[in-house]
Design a protein around this ligand. Sequence first.
Ligand code: SF4
Length: 75
Amino acid sequence: MKYEIQIDRTGCIACANCYIMDQEHFEGDDEGYSMVIGGETNPSISKGSFDDEDFEYVQEVADMCPVDVISVKKV
Ligand code: SF4
């Protein structure tokens, strides 16, 4: 399934939840703020597309973000 992950990095608090739970799609930058692996990242936004079977799990990871800055949508 194809889907896109987007992180509003302006709200990320660098808690590390997402990239501890899912090391296939998320990683932290040098200061711990989240980025989408292989995506396009600037100080405000990180986004990237995937085509794999992990859509539902990635949604769970997004739901665990304490500040709700991760969105996942099918494309
Ligand atoms: S779970 Fe949310 S607040 Fe925590 S690092 Fe990931 S995007 Fe940032």
